[in-house]
Every structure is written in structure tokens, then in C-alpha cells.
Design a protein around this ligand. Structure first.
Ligand code: FES
Length: 113
């Protein structure tokens, strides 16, 4: 596997109490900000697909704007059921920019040392 880093947006562009939608590389992400850290989950509620980026953030929990289920933006897990979760993605903040690390498979015939 090789790792590629993609700059998503400035941390300052993400509201403190809400998410921010971000489409990149075919992914629909909901970005959140807690202090100086950023988190990314799939922008689709596992209940009926509402945008979680439009939900209200309290602590590390975002409330789905459609029916109110809460998800931990650090893990994508629901606060009520371990089986109800959305995807989460590895993001970091570097020099005020939120970056996403994507792992890509090696092309066939290329082996890691
Ligand atoms: S669509 Fe999110 S709780 Fe129903």
C-alpha cells in the first residue's frame, strides 16, 4: 500500500458547532472541528442518508438533522447502537490545513520492500 495525502480545506473554514461538506476523490465527507483537531466521517446517515455535515455538533457528537440520531465524529459510531455507524476517515491538521490520508494498493507486480 502507498499513502497519498490530499489537502481538503483550512481548519478555519469549518464552523465550531456544525460540520462542513467536502467532496473529494469520489468521497462525500462531513468535516468537523473540535478545538484544534479535525475529524471526518461519511456525509450520509446510516439511518436514511441525511447529510451529517448539516447536523449540530455538541462535544464530539453530531445530531443527524433528519431524525436526531447522534454519532461520534471521532469514530462514526452511533451513541445508541454499536451496529449503527457511518464511515470515518483519517484526517490531520498540518499548518492549519485539514489533510486526508488515502491508502492505495500497489500496482500489480510492484511489491513493498
Ligand atoms: S436519517 Fe439520520 S437519523 Fe434518520
Amino acid at each position: 500500500m502507498t499513502k497519498r495525502t490530499i489537502v481538503l480545506m483550512a481548519l478555519a473554514e469549518v464552523p465550531v458547532d456544525r460540520g462542513r461538506q467536502c467532496k473529494v476523490e469520489g468521497l462525500d465527507l462531513a468535516l468537523f472541528r473540535i478545538g484544534d483537531a479535525a475529524y471526518a466521517i461519511a456525509d450520509s446517515c446510516p439511518h436514511q442518508g441525511a447529510s451529517l455535515a448539516n447536523g449540530k455538533l455538541q462535544g464530539a457528537l453530531v445530531s443527524c438533522p433528519a431524525h436526531g440520531l447522534k454519532f461520534d465524529v471521532r469514530t462514526g459510531c452511533s451513541s445508541v447502537s454499536a451496529e449503527l455507524r457511518t464511515g470515518n476517515y483519517p484526517v490531520r491538521v498540518i499548518d492549519g490545513q485539514i489533510v486526508l490520508d488515502i491508502e492505495e494498493p500497489q500496482p500489480q507486480g510492484v511489491k513493498e520492500c
